[in-house]
Design a protein around this ligand. Sequence first.
Ligand code: SF4
Ligand code: SF4
Length: 173
Amino acid sequence: MENRSEKEIPSRKRPNLVKAHLDAITIGLKTLLTRKPMTMMYPEVSEEWPEGYRGVIIYFYDKCIGCSLCSQICPPRAIKMYKVPGDKRLRPGYDIGRCIFCGLCVEICPVDALAESKVSDKVFDKLEQMVFDPIDWTFFTKDLQKEQETRRNKVRVIIDEEVGLRYESTVTK
Ligand code: SF4
Ligand code: SF4
């Protein structure tokens, strides 16, 4: 009697593995030699964010009048008021881990003591490091401003039909 399973399974040609490997190597070499990279040398080079981009919030202690409007409006309670030794007013502190970058605090501040930076790629080892009291927030702001200054090698991402993504420098020489 004829074995049913043998009848149903069509015979398959064994693939030529040597040819398949050679084809793959050829495609790889061709791509390596002819295509431009789709990546950038981050962090030496970074993307220029568009106008109005909302990054980490920065704080200017000297401008602040301690009105607490920012902490009242903040939806996820990322801003809380703190006592600062030697200061009669309460001042805001900031928890980056809670911030949703909505920008409401910046909008409501009556004296422009808050602003949106263009930095969003901060890395912290521990959650506790993401919480700043008013003094720490002031120092963090100064560091961020310096960082923004030093990150001058900016690129714009262009969608390219041939390559996929391509980066164009925004620095005019
Ligand atoms: S940007 Fe929004 S979430 Fe972040 S601190 Fe300001 S109000 Fe709060
Ligand atoms: S809203 Fe502005 S002035 Fe008022 S506490 Fe916040 S940062 Fe200070």
